[in-house]
Design a protein. Structure first.
Length: 318
């Protein structure tokens, strides 16, 4: 896309404010040539289960897997970064495969009113899943700038609302969604670097506020700014996985210690871990992120109940 320049857009491509540089193809090749990934289980069994009953007040958050949450509220039902495909890949026969099935089968989903889409990477923007959602529910898709053409050309959304950082949109049910900054990047094909924006979301549904971090590296200034502008969330959904090796992943993915830092910086009353244990994208073992998270919580004296790790299909009520 083209348009007026800003502090995160040069007129043609988006970028992270500040002096940090993203990783290029040479860095990717170096990682792949030196990578020693910890083996994951090929398949973990999971008993399918329906979602919880719709809450009469407050909000229920159910982790489906990766960065996909079902958020149920009297103001509507939301899905974040939905992926139900077998692989996080443009190809159905190649690429990272699911280690564990979705926590709620697609056929048991309640009506989905709104999809919150953080960015265009394949483990977050899964076009086959979005097409299934369009056929089943025709939800509104709220996404960062530059995603409408991708979604509509793929017949993956009937209605797309694009937002820039700090822009908001009010939905018919009364909920309000705001796109907030994240430190990340976008690419779905060679040469397509940062043609679309990325971000997290702040969802206000009734008296509850949810912060969905999307994918992000750690930033000591960004997360306090979200808190200053939008207040302390009742619930924060924070990534804890896909962080090794640190020299390559640090700019785009936080590790569990940094995730605890984000929990504190945004002032979340409750945080739930995401972006781990579903697809093997990086070198750490499947169970390393939650184990390290619990170690850090113990080290800094935060009760584990304030930053929870749940299994796919498990829910929290706020």
């Amino acid at each position: 896309m083209t348009g007026p320049a800003s502090d995160h857009f040069n007129g043609k491509r988006f970028f992270n404010p500040g002096d940090r540089e993203g990783r290029g193809w040479g860095d990717l090749l170096r990682w792949k040539l030196t990578s020693r990934p910890v083996p994951w289980p090929e398949r973990i069994d999971l008993t399918p289960r329906p979602p919880p009953a719709a809450p009469r007040s407050g909000l229920a958050a159910t982790w489906i897997g990766q960065s996909t949450f079902l958020l149920q509220s009297p103001q509507g039902n939301f899905l974040t970064d939905p992926i139900y495909s077998r692989r996080a890949s443009p190809l159905p026969w190649l690429g990272p495969a699911r280690a564990i099935p979705p926590g709620i089968p697609f056929e048991l989903l309640p009506r989905i009113d709104t999809v919150l889409l953080s960015h265009d990477h394949f483990d977050h923007c899964d076009l086959p899943t979005l097409r299934r959602l369009r056929r089943a529910f025709s939800p509104v898709v709220i996404a960062p700038l530059g995603h409408a053409d991708l979604l509509k050309n793929a017949d993956a959304a009937a209605s797309v609302v694009e937002l820039d950082w700090w822009q908001s949109h009010r939905l018919p049910g009364g909920a309000e969604v705001e796109l907030v900054p994240a430190r990340h990047w976008c690419r779905r094909s060679p040469g397509g670097d940062n043609l679309r924006l990325w971000g997290g979301f702040v969802l206000r549904a009734g008296e509850r506020t949810v912060y969905f971090a999307g994918d992000s590296g750690y930033d000591e200034e960004l997360f306090p700014e979200i808190r200053r502008r939008r207040g302390e969330p009742d619930l924060a959904l924070i990534p804890i996985g896909a962080y090794e090796p640190r020299w390559f992943m640090k700019e785009a993915h936080m590790d569990p210690g940094e995730a605890v830092g984000v929990h504190r910086l945004v002032g979340a009353r409750l945080s739930v871990a995401m972006h781990w244990g579903t697809f093997q994208l990086t070198d750490e073992g499947r169970d390393d992120p939650p184990r390290r998270l619990q170690e850090v919580l113990n080290e800094v004296g935060i009760p584990p109940g304030q930053f929870q790790v749940v299994a796919p299909g498990d829910s929290v009520l706020v």
